[in-house]
Design a protein around this ligand. Sequence first.
Ligand SMILES: Cc1cc2nc3c(=O)[nH]c(=O)nc-3n(C[C@H](O)[C@H](O)[C@H](O)COP(=O)(O)OP(=O)(O)OC[C@H]3O[C@@H](n4cnc5c(N)ncnc54)[C@H](O)[C@@H]3O)c2cc1C
Length: 465
Amino acid sequence: MKITNWFNTSETDVDEQHYASPKNEEEIVEIIRNIENYPSPIIPLGYKHSPVPYFEQKTGTFVSMLNFKKMEISIDDNTATFGAGVYFIDASEFLFQHNKQFFIHYEIGTATIGSIACCHMKDSSYNNNPYYHGGMFSKYCVKIKFINESGNIEIWTKDENTENFDYLTSSHGLFGIIIEATFMIEDLTLCHVTHHITSWGGLKDYTKSKYCEPFFYYGLPFRDTVLLEFRKKIPVSLSSTIRRSRFYKLRNRLWKRTLPLFSFYIQTFSPLPKKANYWIVDSVCSVAYKLMACLFKDLYCYPHDQVIFYPEKGSLWAGKYIFNYSCVSKDKFPEFLDSVLKFQKDYYNKTSERIDLNQVGYYIKQDRPTETSFLSYSKHSDQISIDLIDTTKDKEKILKMYEKILENIKKNEFSAHVLFNQTWGSEKVHLYGSYDIERFKVMRKKLDPSNRFYTQYFKKLLNDY
Ligand SMILES: Cc1cc2nc3c(=O)[nH]c(=O)nc-3n(C[C@H](O)[C@H](O)[C@H](O)COP(=O)(O)OP(=O)(O)OC[C@H]3O[C@@H](n4cnc5c(N)ncnc54)[C@H](O)[C@@H]3O)c2cc1C
């Protein structure tokens, strides 16, 4: 059988006896302990929506965690516990029914709890979150049940295993298989969303201003058009006076499906030269942004309205795009932005290749000062990102461009961060920003001395041969 991801940027052949879908903890214990039947490395699988080739492996045992669907809420201590295979969209719907919500709302509803509890994730921060809102969802994780390399079930909590817990919440599946995770939750709020149109210069000036608040942006690297989106939490007590807007669904549809599909069809089927196709897509996006800035002002929704259920595979009907992510501290962002925009133009002039959709980015607030997570990208400062989005069928060319961009970022010493599960080329370019990689490597060895979970991808990523 073949395992592939959403983008088809990663695939691997597996014979069926080395692919398992355990239904309970005992079956996982048996897999981990029986090295003969289940060769190393063991690779826990969520929904396989990570763009990076984390499961590309000639030998090994692949363990799908999608059967673990527990959902439990503890109103008294404001926490909720979910099985590793629960999708984020189901978890947030479950909390909504109890008038509760997560502190962070990802757009990606299909990320599984197992992956969210131990991987890099990103979404722009709310402007007025009572807590700091760092990029790693796992900051809000307070307890994890997992099975270690010896096949023993362990339960670690943030309070009792403080330092080790931070490693576990950054472990990307390298320390064991997560069975369930418990998160802090809060009372349900409304969310106010508004949009403004600006230029690249306007975006840079805004990030330098003392009034700058977290935002999400969509921009066109070959046009001077940028759309800013701001989100703020509002007490739910106002809900009787505020009408929830259906426009938010339209915003999701445009962003997730309509624009990527339009770009894909134009790039694939239009008989016009490539340059003309780029012009058409840029023009349509530019008009769409201006419309969004007019229509999508003062929208009210519940935070979980923004969560989108993506199908297992990107397709001609569902929409399909790939992206690459890097981020820098807020003060370095204007320079970083200039450099990446310039790189894209120079690269296009040289090779006639460029991303065919848009560039988006997230403003992510610094972690709470007490946090110590070793692989957190927003540990020291607020971060702003660049995500380069492409819908083309010719993925080899665009993946090569992603790698070149990372090399250029490294050369320019921006101290940029990549996400280990989301940045194509991370394992080749070794861009660690402020990650404490050496300590992480020591801890990995301590917790998995037999390398039961150590995959090719992560060996390369940690430069560990
Ligand atoms: C269209 C699209 C849009 C996206 N948008 C966003 C976005 O806005 N924000 C964002 O943060 N991400 C986004 N992503 C990326 C995606 O959400 C993350 O890569 C996420 O980790 C994928 O979750 P998954 O369940 O598919 O994990 P997988 O890709 O299956 O696994 C990710 C890693 O977690 C490990 N893992 C999985 N389950 C377990 C477990 N139970 N125990 C231990 N380790 C485990 C795996 O071994 C692997 O290393 C997007 C992806 C797609 C396809």
